[in-house]
Design a protein around this ligand. Structure first.
Ligand code: CTP
Ligand code: MG
Length: 231
């Protein structure tokens, strides 16, 4: 089977506030639960692992118990960096002997069932696949406030999640990044770790709606998108 790994152990420094952004409520439910429901509805997924901070694990466990999800859920304690949270998630997923794991940010609640299925299917074929969006702006390389050159926009894509990989491939990529002591600035994305191994990773075209809630402005936009989906 295939397993979703949802890292949700971050503290949301850029967003600010008391409560980490993944637990803020939209339409009566925490953002993280909205995200989990997308995976719960996807027939390609057989189980969900969520990485949470130690403080959140008990209370969010109760939220999940009452949520009526179809799939089995395992909660694990996250780590200091996102890649540590992913590693803990991979360890917990191992009991299910997953073929493919789909890693997805807790704060991207608008991913669709079709997008999840398409990324998993491509990862089964290629080894790895991610949702990404073609760049629409012209992209400049800049040094000290001056343009160095213009980069061919047709070759620039913005990485989103889900990012799906054959289990063993992502495990090896994560281990090797750890052994190399890769800095946290470079471990914001799982594809990068797999690319370092020289393994191919395919692109599946995403959508602007699959937004990541990073700042309070993103939350306003997310609330409006939810209203539109419901209305
Ligand atoms: N994440 C995690 N463990 C960490 C860091 C991040 O599980 N040690 C998760 C976040 O909870 C989020 C996802 O990784 O679901 C994407 O990270 P990001 O949007 O950067 O969230 P935060 O790291 O919480 O925010 P910030 O970088 O602004 O502090
Ligand atoms: Mg972060």
């Amino acid at each position: 089977m295939n397993v979703a790994i949802i890292p949700a152990a971050g503290s949301g420094l850029r967003f600010g506030g008391e409560v980490p952004k993944q637990f803020l409520m939209i339409a009566g439910e925490p953002i993280l639960l909205h995200t989990m429901r997308r995976f719960d509805r996807c027939p390609a997924i057989g189980g969900i692992v969520v990485a949470l901070s130690e403080e959140a694990i008990e209370s969010f466990g109760r939220v999940i118990d009452g949520a009526g999800l179809r799939l089995p859920v395992r909660l694990v304690i996250g780590g200091r960096e996102r890649s540590d949270s992913i590693r803990h998630g991979l360890e917990a997923a191992r009991a299910w002997a997953p073929e493919v794991v789909a890693v997805h940010d807790a704060v991207r609640p608008f991913v669709t069932v079709e997008q999840i299925a398409a990324v998993i299917e491509r990862a089964r074929e290629v080894g790895g696949a991610i949702l990404a969006l073609p760049a629409t702006d012209t992209i400049k390389e800049v040094d000290s406030g001056m343009i160095v050159r213009t980069i061919d926009r047709r070759r620039i894509w913005r990485a989103q999640t889900p990012q799906a990989f054959r289990y063993d491939l992502l495990w090896r990529a994560n281990e090797e990044a750890r052994a190399a002591g890769l800095s946290s600035a470079l471990t914001t994305d799982d594809a990068l770790l797999v690319e370092r191994l020289g393994a191919p990773v395919a692109i599946v075209e995403g959508s602007v709606h699959n937004l990541k809630i990073t700042t309070p402005e993103d939350l306003l936009l997310a609330e409006r998108l939810f209203e539109r989906e419901r209305g």
